[in-house]
Design a protein around this ligand. Sequence first.
Ligand SMILES: CC(C)(COP(=O)(O)OP(=O)(O)OC[C@H]1O[C@@H](n2cnc3c(N)ncnc32)[C@H](O)[C@@H]1OP(=O)(O)O)[C@@H](O)C(=O)NCCC(=O)NCCS
Length: 186
Amino acid sequence: MKAIKLEISPMQLGDIKEVIQIEKESFVSPWSVDVFEEQLSHLDCASYFVARVNGKVIGYAGIIFPPACLSVDTADGHNAETEGHITNIAIDKSYRRKKIGSVLLLKLIEEAQNRGSRVISLELRKLNTVALSFYKKFGFRIFGLRKDYYSDTGEDAIVMFVDNVSSADYQNRLQIIRDVIQFSEE
Ligand SMILES: CC(C)(COP(=O)(O)OP(=O)(O)OC[C@H]1O[C@@H](n2cnc3c(N)ncnc32)[C@H](O)[C@@H]1OP(=O)(O)O)[C@@H](O)C(=O)NCCC(=O)NCCS
C-alpha cells in the first residue's frame, strides 16, 4: 500500500470551514460552526486535532476533560478528575478505512494520558455499527445504554469506556494497532 503523508495538528479556528463539510456528511445532526468555536475557546479542558493530506483537512477528532472545568464526580462513582470524554471524530468519506481514524484516536488517547486521565468515555448511536467496531478495536467496552438519548431520531446511546489507558495490557493493545499503521506523519 502506498503510504499517505499525513499531518496531524491542533485544530485552529481557520480549520472549521473544512471541518464542517466533513461533519455535515458524517452526522445526522452536525455541530454548527458556533459549537466548534466554543470548543476551541476552552482548550484548558478540551483538545481538538485535524488530519491533513496535501494541506486539505480530511479528518478531525476531539476530547474534553470536564473536571478541569467542572470538578465533578460521575454517577457511577469513579473519580471524574481522571476522565477524558471523546466528543467527536470523523473522517472524509473518501478517506475512510485507511487507518486515519485510528491515528486520530491514538492521538486523543495520548492526549488523555498527557493530561493525567486514566479513564476515557464516549457515547455513540446504537445503530452506528461502524463506530462500535472502531471503538471495540481500541478496547472500549460497553458500559450501558442511555435510552432515547438522541433527540433528533430518538435513538439510544451506547456508553463506552476504557478503564485504564496506562495499564500495560492497554498499552500493548495500542502498540499492536500502531505497528500496522503505515503513514508517514509530519
Ligand atoms: C468511525 C470512523 C471515524 C472510523 O475512521 P476510519 O479512518 O475509517 O477507521 P480506520 O480505518 O482507522 O479503522 C480502524 C478499525 O475500525 C473498524 N472499522 C472501521 N471502518 C469500518 C467499517 N466500515 N466496517 C467495520 N469495521 C470498521 C475496523 O475494526 C478497523 O480496523 P481494520 O481496518 O483493521 O479492520 C469513520 O468511519 C467515520 O468518520 N464515520 C462517521 C462519523 C462517525 O460515526 N464517528 C463516530 C461517532 S461516535
